[in-house]
Design a protein around this ligand. Sequence first.
Ligand SMILES: [Zn+2]
Length: 125
Amino acid sequence: MRLDPEMRLGILEKIGVYSERFSIPEPRVLLTTREVLEMPKEATAGRRTSAYKYYGVSYLRHNAVFINVRKIPDEKELEKTIVHELIHMRFQYLGHGRRFNRLVRRGLRGGGFAPYKRRTAPAAI
Ligand SMILES: [Zn+2]
């Protein structure tokens, strides 16, 4: 799809809405491979020059997502990509798989998620 200012704004709005629903801080949003390459090298290590191949990439440790608008064919895939990447941000301990896909579907249906709570260390006994 074409990345014009209207598209850029629309994506930022969607990311704002889903971030709130998923109880995550709004990530930094990268919309071109150029923006990925402009990030500090250590932030995008491993998925830097290969980012163009994917619809989206999340850079968890730097709270950034790349949405590859030019590669995404339509509005439906765009929505799926945004939700997919934000599910990575909310469920950082989860890899791809059935559980992950279920969460993506739930997010796409408008579902929300409580904030992630790190388990507290067990009390000494
Ligand atoms: Zn993924």
